[in-house]
Design a protein around this ligand. Structure first.
Ligand code: GLY
Length: 442
């Protein structure tokens, strides 16, 4: 019976806790969380609450409980060097070291790496430490994207026509960012359809998991502010309806080359998840960014589909033997809908402060699966926080069935909450297909 430590407290980690608990190895799960996630707690033998910056508390908890390996969910502990601290006391992790996690934590590191090793997928880009040259580069671009060079919780990227309109505004935003951040990246904007390719990597072997499409915008029809992700879907063929088979191959090949480049550049194998945010464009697949972890909500789409024992997968990642393991997923469709406080993602002047701390009731979600995210379990019940509250996932043979299961499940959450009704609908998916056809001039 292996003792496994999970670090993280969101719905992604609830799905990881479930995948670990399902293992035939009968693992004992120990969880280190920032806040008490009732779903993870219910699956854990023991929990410890603390900060992801408190490396001593995490390593101490690992030693105390004779942990075989640690699974790191979110990016913050990776950025804080938790994997390095655990390695020092001889405990391996599924998650990259601080240096390798720059794949996510430093956008300039990744753009420069891809460029240095002549890997396809980069946009035209330049990294700036001062405002010198920014204006001239902005003049060269048709469409502009501005990224602060650090962790932004998925919300710091500024895109022309979404967050600003003119080059003058772009310049002002760059000046503002450089006051707070030591560097920024200016990139060419792509037109296309985005998809998430989450790959498992042991440093040498890179294995694709089913493709997922996330929905970042807060409201139906992809309107409103960007969020951490309002929900996502995946299909039984593990691809996306707007992609050509070559697109998946291209995304995977880019990721394989990046894993090899990371090994060459740092001398250390990347062990964990390489989650590529890709976009299919008229000129093929392009790389938007990498994350050094599973996606949230995307983890909830793929982990429940695993036919292969997740603990076995983790052991092979740690041992560097992923090439010896056949990893299989159920050929099913999934739809994940995030239930959020009504005012989630809205600017402070549009927010109803009462809704983000209100009590909620969770009834029977039927055939759906429920993953807790930011909820606060008090003695008298469950309360919302200001962030995404509960992920509800439908799994079925068809997308329509999966969507209906998720839709029914969502209705079981009562309180001042909201969700996107359009995720997984034929109409929204057709819109994506039509968009790609138009771009490809088909
Ligand atoms: N789905 C967005 C993220 O996990 O960053």
């Amino acid at each position: 019976m292996p003792n496994i430590l999970l670090v993280g407290n969101g719905a992604r980690e609830h799905a990881l806790a479930e995948a670990i608990s399902r293992s035939e190895q009968k693992p004992r799960l120990f969880s280190f969380m920032k806040t008490n996630n009732p779903g993870i707690a219910s699956l854990s033998e023991k929990i410890k609450l603390g900060s992801y910056a408190d490396l001593e508390a995490i390593t101490g908890f690992a030693v105390e409980n004779k942990i075989e390996f640690v699974v790191i969910g979110p990016e913050d502990p990776l950025n804080n060097g938790v994997v390095d601290a655990l390695a020092k006391i001889g405990v391996p992790s599924v998650g990259p070291t601080k240096s390798l996690a720059r794949l996510e934590t430093s956008k300039s590191f990744t753009r420069n790496l891809v460029s240095k090793y002549h890997i396809p997928g980069n946009p035209q880009f330049k990294v700036f430490n001062t405002i010198d040259g920014v204006e001239a580069f902005l003049d060269q671009l048709e469409g502009i994207v501005i990224k602060p060079d650090g962790l932004t919780g998925g919300k710091g990227v500024l895109v022309q026509d979404d967050h600003f309109t003119t080059k003058e505004e772009a310049l002002q935003l760059c000046l503002q960012i450089l006051k707070e951040s030591s560097s920024l990246i200016v990139e060419e904007k792509f037109d296309g359809e985005e998809f998430s390719l989450q790959c498992l990597c042991d440093g040498k072997t890179v294995i694709a998991t089913p493709l997922v499409q996330d929905h970042k915008r807060r409201f139906e029809g992809d309107k409103g502010p960007n969020t951490g992700g309002m929900g996502s879907y995946s299909l039984p063929d593990h691809s996306m309806p707007f992609l050509k088979p070559q697109d998946l191959e291209d995304g995977l090949e880019i990721t394989r080359q990046v894993a090899a480049a990371l090994l060459k550049e740092t001398g250390s194998p990347y062990k964990g998840v390489m989650y590529g945010g890709f976009i299919a464009t008229k000129n093929g697949v392009k790389l938007l960014e990498y994350n050094a972890r599973f996606g949230d909500p995307e983890a909830m789409n793929i982990l429940p589909l695993l036919k292969t024992d997740f603990v076995e997968i983790c052991r092979h990642i740690v041992a560097g033997t992923l090439d010896k393991l056949k990893i299989e997923f159920e050929p099913k469709a999934t739809v994940c809908k995030y239930v959020v406080p009504k005012d989630y993602g809205l600017p402070a002047d549009h927010s109803d402060a009462a809704s983000s701390r209100a009590k909620i009731e969770v009834g029977d979600v039927g055939k759906a699966r429920l993953y807790y995210s930011s909820v606060d379990k008090k003695e008298d019940g469950l309360y919302l926080s200001s962030s995404r509250a509960i992920g509800i996932v439908g799994i079925a043979n068809t997308l329509e069935e999966a969507r209906k299961i998720a839709e029914e499940g969502v209705k079981a959450v009562k309180g001042p909450v909201a969700y996107r009704t359009d995720i997984g609908t034929d109409a929204l998916i057709q819109k994506r297909i039509d968009h790609m056809r138009k771009i490809r001039k088909e």
